[in-house]
Every structure is written in structure tokens, then in C-alpha cells.
Design a protein around this ligand. Structure first.
Ligand code: F6R
Length: 364
């Protein structure tokens, strides 16, 4: 049931602190602050390449995970949407890990890609929310998310739970490859276990976001910009807005802005900039200023420091708690989801059952 909530989507957005904590319980051992996997003796040490395949929001989780696999484990990553993967003659060397990400575990293209990868001699890892699904049954390494049933067609809590599992998997792989000292491992466990509280803190900004949503609801189109792991989040923000509010939206790598999309900028196209303070902040801010110099209206999602530094001149700012970069993609998912939700509610669209969409896509 929806409980006190008006829609399943908002209920599921609010469940995130609990379901992420529930999911992390299978991947972190708080007794000694170490990482674990649901199949603890699964040997990752020989993995030389990871191939990530998924669709939609699950694909964006995979895109974020690519940064983690490369950064922590220094393992090269191939990444593709499932409907393209099989048809581009991918070069897959035997002995790799093929990783499939799916809420439902039934998405036809992803399942077909999984079977193809098995034929190509890959070990099959599956991050999946439905434990009885086809993908769950066909996995060598089953990595469940414990988001509980997701009813809203637009995926929210399944996404943040996928991110939690993928961060833990990347760190496990790094450890298996001898690239994670015990101190690093404790730090990863500590950061991940801070995610539920940080998600709660992010949820406290719903009222600010409601105000922003009133402006965005009037827009002809919306751009989302981010760098690094915030780039896939920009794509996810645009997808979420399109799906439930029917406003055209695009996500771009912030640095790509000046290579074309900047031509779209005027006062009727709000630009949502996702930029926690840190290593990439200055670069993203300079892209944001390029937008502002052309009359573009910016909504900056950052932390207190970032907003102090660059928030003036923005149409609105949304302040996130200051968090470690590892969990930032989880935390910054919340304002992105809430913004799409409140724009849709403002427009009066059917949030839980958007037109033309199905929860589980079982045709290729
Ligand atoms: C977006 C959304 C879809 C799914 C996609 C894959 O909000 O829900 O893009 O993410 O259809 O579905 P699963 O994860 O079930 O394979």
C-alpha cells in the first residue's frame, strides 16, 4: 500500500535510507569493518575485464559503476545498453566477468545479452531486485538488491540499491586484485555505511525542491549537466523527468556543453547542474557560468561549500549534505528523483503509471 503517501513513487523515494541499509547488510561486515559478498568464496582475483550490460536506469547505475571498477580495481570496463550489445559483434575474451544489472530480472534484451555472454565464456554476475527472476536463476554470482517490490514505473529505490551493491562489488574486486589495503577497506565500509543517514538528510530538502519544481514545470525543455559519476546521474535525471512529466530533457557531460547543446540555452530551458564540491567542481562551475552568460537559468545541486562558492546568480540552489565522493551518486539521486516527481505532480501527470511505459519490458 501507499501508506500516507500520494503515490508509490514518493513512498519508494522515502524508503531509500532503509532499503539501502538493508541491502548493504549483505555486503558489509560491521563486526570487523570488512567487505563481503553473498557468495563469499567466489573468486574474483583472475578477472581481467568487466563487461557491464543493462537498460535504462539500470544502465546508468552501470555507467556509474564503471568509474568505480576502473578507479579502485584498475580493471578495464566495457559498457553497453543491452539492445546494442549483441548486435555490435563485441570482442569478449574468455575469463571475463559479465555484469548484468536489472530491477526486474526479466528485461528481454538484458536476459538475451546474458545468455550471449555465457556462450562467450564469461562468468555471469547479476545485480537484481527480484530474487525469483530469470536473471537471478541464471547467475553464477547473484548479487541481490533488497529494495523490496518497486511498484512505481519510474525506478528510484532499486537504482540507489544497485549503486550500493556495485560500489561494494568494485571494492571487493579491488581487494581480490590486491589493490585495497585493510585501511582502505575499512574506509570503504565506513563511507558506505554512512549512506543511509546521508540519504535521510537529502530527503529533508523536499520543500526546497517543490519550489524549484514549480519553475521547471513551465519549461519547454530541461538540460542536466554533470562530470564524472555525476554525468550518468545527469542522464538519469533527464530520463526520470521525461518519463513522468513528459518534458523533453537531456543529460550531458558538463564539458560537452560547448560542443553543441549550448545553442539550446535561453531563459526557457532551465539547466540542472549536479556538482558536489571536490576535484571536478571548478571545471563544472566554469561550464555553468558559460550557461549563465547566455541567459540560462541554473539550478545548482551541491553541498554547502559548493553553494557558498558558486550559488549566487543561480535561479535556485539545492543543498545536499557534504558526503564522501563514493556515496555522492546515491545521495544526489534523491534531489534528482524528487525534482522529477514534483514537476510531474505540478503538471498533473500519472506519476506511477506514465503513458506508454511498462514496469517490466519483456519484448526485445
Ligand atoms: C526508468 C526505468 C527503466 C528501467 C529499464 C530496465 O525509470 O525504470 O528505464 O530501468 O526498463 O529495467 P530493469 O532494471 O528491470 O531491467
Amino acid at each position: 500500500s501507499k501508506g500516507n503517501h500520494r503515490h508509490y513513487m514518493i513512498k519508494e523515494i522515502y524508503e531509500q535510507p532503509i532499503v539501502v541499509a538493508q541491502t548493504l547488510r549483505s555486503y558489509l561486515q560491521r563486526i570487523d569493518d570488512t567487505l563481503t559478498l553473498p557468495i563469499p568464496d567466489f573468486d574474483l582475483s583472475a578477472i581481467r575485464r568487466v563487461t557491464i550490460v543493462a537498460c535504462g536506469t539500470s544502465f546508468y547505475a552501470g555507467m556509474i559503476a564503471r568509474y568505480w571498477f576502473e578507479q579502485f580495481a584498475r580493471v578495464p570496463v566495457d559498457l553497453d545498453v543491452a539492445s546494442e550489445f549483441r548486435y555490435r559483434a563485441p570482442v569478449i575474451e574468455p575469463g571475463g566477468l559479465a555484469l548484468f544489472i536489472s530491477q526486474s530480472g526479466e528485461t528481454a534484451d538484458t536476459l538475451a545479452a546474458l545468455r550471449h555472454a555465457r556462450k562467450e565464456g564469461q562468468k555471469i554476475a547479476v545485480v537484481v531486485n527480484v530474487p525469483t527472476s530469470s536473471m537471478a536463476r541464471e547467475a553464477d554470482l547473484l548479487l541481490p538488491t533488497y529494495a523490496g517490490p518497486e511498484i512505481g514505473v519510474a525506478s528510484t529505490k532499486a537504482f540507489t540499491c544497485q549503486l550500493a551493491v556495485l560500489a561494494a562489488l568494485a571494492a571487493n574486486l579491488a581487494r581480490a586484485k590486491g589493490r585495497l589495503t585493510p585501511e582502505d577497506e575499512h574506509a570503504v565500509v565506513k563511507h558506505l555505511s554512512e549512506a543511509p543517514a546521508a540519504l535521510n538528510a537529502a530527503l529533508a530538502y523536499e520543500d526546497t525542491i517543490k519550489g524549484v519544481a514549480a519553475d521547471v514545470a513551465m519549461a519547454r525543455g530541461v538540460l542536466y549537466l554533470g562530470r564524472g559519476t555525476d554525468y550518468p546521474l545527469a542522464l538519469e535525471g533527464a530520463l526520470k523527468l521525461k518519463e513522468i512529466s513528459y518534458i523533453h530533457a537531456e543529460g550531458y557531460a558538463a564539458g560537452e556543453m560547448k560542443h553543441g547543446p549550448i545553442a539550446l540555452i535561453d531563459e526557457n530551458v532551465p539547466v540542472i547542474v549536479i556538482a558536489p564540491s571536490g576535484r571536478l567542481f571548478e571545471k563544472t562551475v566554469s561550464n555553468m557560468q558559460e550557461v549563465q552568460a547566455r541567459g540560462g537559468k541554473v539550478v545548482l545541486i551541491s553541498d554547502y561549500d559548493g553553494i557558498q562558492e558558486a550559488g549566487s546568480g543561480c535561479l535556485a540552489t539545492i543543498t545536499m549534505p557534504k558526503v564522501h565522493p563514493l556515496i555522492a551518486p546515491l545521495v544526489y539521486s534523491v534531489p534528482v528523483q524528487l525534482l522529477a516527481y514534483h514537476v510531474a505532480v505540478t503538471k498533473g501527470t500519472d506519476v506511477d503509471q506514465p503513458r506508454n511505459l511498462a514496469k517490466s519490458v519483456t519484448v526485445e
